[in-house]
Design a protein around this ligand. Structure first.
Ligand SMILES: Cc1cc2nc3c(=O)[nH]c(=O)nc-3n(C[C@H](O)[C@H](O)[C@H](O)COP(=O)(O)OP(=O)(O)OC[C@H]3O[C@@H](n4cnc5c(N)ncnc54)[C@H](O)[C@@H]3O)c2cc1C
Length: 432
């Protein structure tokens, strides 16, 4: 195996492959190292690839070539309690033509495709390569070692794109050795096979249209939410929990997921489907305040490894941020090669690029979202309030009706208390 490269990327997820693709396109000799037997083998997520304008720049009209499932034409949110639910839905023709606003995808197929694009551009993909240490020379990073393989892979610069638990960023001293459970979430997902026609009929879809639904009030009191996304002939259904809250509850994700699938509102949507697999993964949900140091001498950190994930409670965006940060890291490495300078001072240009990009602007703009997501009432009292209010509004039973403003006031006072409601509203206002 060749031992010397101009750059090494650790991890062939969206961040790593985007970085490798950018550098290879610029003519650099790049090694893309992945611990799986193929890129994406070990990767799972909820399921929506949000629009990736940055990949569109590198691979024009990528949607004609990439392995995508359905485009998201409809989005819904369901507030639910054990007995009732209230559903809102949005649909627009603007999300129903290319370039689409988002697609459902399977990571093993998508990540493999993106890594192959990097290989086509000239990157060397090395799979079954679990990086287990950094090589240091004269106080700067100069390469990596791979578990079970002799020798070192040498390069003047390493891009750490090894995901949320980033061993590399920790080893380089850019991240805390221990994670704060209050900044992490865990997602569990069931993949349920279902014939394509059944999905089309059940969710009112035509052509390649897809549906994405989020659920609030379905996590047994644990902070978190649910999701259901349509693939061509399967459904991705799951829950995301705040790790600290899950730990305190002493409940297991598996039991909560089964309870979710059995709730009447969800059971009727998955009826007749065949469970294919379960999967789980951690998510960096701390947002802007969780971002570690992004560069050191000879190293840059991208994607989840740098906590570049935007969980606002309305959308969960990770792949698009990972890919864009990978591209910016790649461009910075190309520039560093032109200067033949891989010091922290030169690589800081990556942080400047990120700061100017939508990635950091979004993360900064939504930096208070984690605070809002820590309001426990969102997961119990508010879904109850919404469902109870709608029941009163829709009920016609020969008794006098209460006016809607009076009804809102009564329900708010009863279910959450006026003071709490005002304080929560202010927190949400600042967060969103
Ligand atoms: C349940 C759940 C739902 C989500 N839903 C969405 C969604 O709908 N939309 C969205 O945009 N985002 C979503 N996300 C977030 C998204 O999955 C991540 O933000 C994204 O995958 C980050 O990409 P990455 O390339 O930085 O890291 P990863 O995708 O984690 O890739 C890291 C890669 O590095 C490899 N690796 C790790 N360590 C080593 C090592 N030591 N040596 C070699 N290789 C290594 C891994 O095998 C992996 O291939 C979700 C996440 C979860 C868990």
């Amino acid at each position: 195996m060749k031992k010397q490269f101009q750059a090494i990327v650790v991890g062939a997820g969206p961040a790593g492959s985007s970085a490798a693709l950018t550098m290879a396109r610029a003519g650099l000799d790049v090694a893309l190292l992945e611990r799986g037997t193929f890129p994406g083998e070990k990767n799972m997520f909820g399921g929506i690839l949000h629009r990736m304008a940055s990949i569109e720049e590198v691979v024009p009209e990528f949607w004609t070539a990439a392995p995508l499932e359905r485009h998201i034409a409809k989005k819904g949110t369901t507030f639910m309690t054990g007995e009732a639910s209230f559903h809102v839905q949005h649909e627009t023709v603007n999300f129903d033509h290319a370039p689409y606003n988002g697609y459902t995808i399977f990571r093993p197929r998508f990540d493999r495709w993106l890594a192959e694009e990097a290989v086509k551009a000239g990157a060397t993909l090395i799979t079954r390569a679990m990086v287990d240490d950094l090589v240091l020379k004269d106080g700067r990073i100069a390469g990596v070692t791979i578990a079970g393989r002799a020798g070192e892979l040498i390069a003047p610069v390493v891009v750490a794109a090894d995901g949320v638990l980033s061993f590399i960023a920790k080893r380089a001293g850019l991240r805390q050795p221990k994670f704060d459970a209050g900044q992490m979430a865990v997602g569990v997902k069931a993949l349920i096979d279902m014939p394509r026609e059944v999905i089309d009929d059940r969710f009112g879809l035509v052509r390649d249209q897809g549906f994405a639904n989020e659920f609030v009030g379905c996590t047994g009191g644990v902070r978190g939410g649910g999701f259901l996304y349509t693939n061509y002939d399967s459904l991705s259904v799951g829950l995301v929990f705040h790790l600290a809250s899950l730990r305190t509850s002493a409940k297991t994700p598996y039991d909560l997921l089964n309870a979710f699938l059995e709730q009447p509102q969800v059971a009727k949507l998955v009826r007749g489907g065949r469970l294919q697999e379960y999967s789980a993964h951690v998510i960096p949900e701390g947002g802007y305040n969780m971002i570690p140091e992004l560069v050191g001498n000879g190293i840059l950190v991208a994607g989840d490894a740098a906590a570049l994930c935007n969980a606002t409670g309305v959308n969960l965006e990770g792949i698009n941020l990972a890919s864009h940060s990978g591209i910016l890291a790649g461009r910075t490495v190309v520039e560093a090669h032109e200067r033949n300078d891989f010091s922290k001072t030169t690589l800081k240009r990556y942080k400047e690029r990120l700061d100017l990009s939508w990635v950091m602007k979004d993360l900064k703009g939504f930096r208070n979202a984690p605070k809002m997501l820590h309001i426990d009432r969102i997961y119990n009292e508010y879904p109850e309030l919404v469902c109870s209010m709608m029941e009163h509004i829709y009920r016609i039973d020969g008794t006098p009706k209460t006016s809607i403003p009076k009804l809102i006031m009564r329900e708010v006072k009863e279910k959450v208390g006026l003071k709490n409601a005002i304080s929560d509203l202010l927190t949400a206002w600042r967060a969103l």
